[in-house]
Design a protein around this ligand. Sequence first.
Ligand code: SF4
Length: 447
Amino acid sequence: MSFHDKCAVVGVWNHPSASFLTYLSLYALQHRGQEGAGIVSLKDGKHLSYKNQGLVGDIFTKDKLDSLKGKGAIGHTRYSTTGLNELKNIQPLTWNLNGGPLSVAHNGNIVNHALLKKKFRIFTKGESDTECLLPLIKYYEDKDIGQSLLKALAQLEGAYSLVFLTKDSLIVARDPMGFRPLVLGQKDQAYIVASETCAFDLIGAKYLREIKAGEILIFNKKGMKSLFLPQAKKKAQCIFEYVYFSRPDSLVFNKSVYEKRKKMGEYLAKEHPVEADVVIPVPDSGIPAAIAYSQTIGIPYEMGIIRNHYVGRTFIQPSSLIRNFKIKIKLNPQAFVKGKKVVAIDDSIVRGSTSKALIEVLKTAGAKEVHLRVSSPPIKGPCYYGVDTPQKKQLISGQKESVEEIRQFIGADSLAYLSYENFLKIGNKKDFCLACFDEKYPTAIYN
Ligand code: SF4
């Protein structure tokens, strides 16, 4: 699987250790972006900031966190989709408005950002789509920041879950279609906002509710106040959050990701059973679907492939010295697959190269047959809403005419995907974006 969600965002309000809680929440959300992270805190109307490239645990030392004083903070982890992985693109971004500093962190992608930059004559240092936001808010600057945001955000098209810090408030916003998740929690007198609820579990916060699609929620010394952007015709929550991006221990769009993945496995088993000796997941995201597949079909579940969790983003490759090195450094088959008919369960196939290598590795380990079952439909198109995806021509379903052709390419004994019809039982067309599966994009696309 090589789809990457762009980012995670966190906001903490009214806690003496706001930056520390932000750090811990970002730590829990590391799976949403591993290229860089940053925290901005609010102290006496000023913004204190630290950001860098790398993993959350490596970037922030105790001294750095101690220097980020104040009772309010926002944070971000990044996987770049728009804009290169450079320090200038790492968020939160900070701007000085007439009314004081404004910092922002963003998960999503503003699809009309190039048009907005042109229309509002916005010149930026970095390349990220998020950079159009602050000048836009400055353009609509009003004494009441809520009114500025209502006007500025109404100009945006696409996906945004945002956290802002001003000189005296934390403000969070979610686009009217609700592409990316954003949830609200409480810890004693403090409020926490995060991309997923697993952040709340780590810091002992209580989950209160989702930030609603189109909601702008302002926290300041007067309390908490909601404003709403004009309603969208339909919602477009990203179905891929259930397939792959979110942690299985999170509630996303108010539902358990783990249970959703198990349902996909159950439907897959009913639709595409196989006579085999053992069901094995492609770890980690294939695990819940494989458990349900095994339970539904009555074939034993085993951890047939062990994942090395300590593989960094880069390593020196031994050229052609070791066959399938790229896959073997991450995934290693167990000896018991020898002589077995194996059903491997994966969450999706993107380019097909990983599946092909994995099947070869399983066969080299002695598997008699390898049947691949995929718990989502074929991916047909790229994502424009904050996910790093290959172009259509690089997708295996964009290159091959049929499932049989894909099967031949990857070398499986059989291959089957969850049907689009059964997939719709996980997330219906009215509330979800399914565009990478059906190419029905819920907004205009500006290339
Ligand atoms: S195109 Fe796919 S990955 Fe992108 S938002 Fe829609 S469902 Fe999610």
